[in-house]
Design a protein around this ligand. Sequence first.
Ligand code: ZN
Length: 258
Amino acid sequence: MVYLKYLDLFKAGYKVRYALISDVHANLAALQAVIEEIEHQDCGRVICLGDVVGYGPRPQRCLDITRTLTDHIILGNHDVAIFNTPEELSFNPIARNAIVWTRSQLSESNISYLQQLPYTITFDRCLGVHASPCSPQSWDYITGRFDALRNFNCFSQPVSFAGHTHSPVVFQRRAGKHKVRVLETDHLKIEQGFQYIINIGSVGQPRDRDPRAAFGIWDSEQLVYELVRVDYDISLTQSQMQKAGLPRFLSDRLEHGV
Ligand code: ZN
């Protein structure tokens, strides 16, 4: 039970290296590989930007483990769909099918737990959202510079972290200006006078054509962000999904990272 340690470290509160995880999507093998890497990377605090469940084969276990890792979990659209029927109905049939199955796998106490989670989190002068700073409850996607520009006007912190698209990316703008740059980098030193929107990618269902699990490390003392990729046993997750009767499309996409 290696992850108990993080809870202790969090309570001690002396670390400034955050592990930022998002979109675990009930992929237990990916989550376990990421936790091992978090330990190697000596991160003292874990923050989860939502969508712990949905799509994948081990929702109950992934939520139990994530709750043990951290008290700082925010809601994603798949988490909300577990307890909110209108949200579920806005999904495509494949995602909806997975939500109905996921709900049947979760304990009452885990469903109640999801219901009381917040939509945003602030920490060390950063904002964390699942989807977007402007409308964290309406699940907009930030896919390009125009989306990013609109969202830069909705937060005052130097950095906002997000998940939701499952594709890591960094947007940068000089504070108060309109020009947004897309930075193609996995390692970033935050510059004074700039604002950043950083998408940390997905642990359990990457869609940037790199099938490895993704998560971010934020060193709030050094002001350095790093994107980390981790190999995991994709075929194990795929076989768990097939046994659970989840849609074939959802398991096939994992090996292509799409
Ligand atoms: Zn997601």
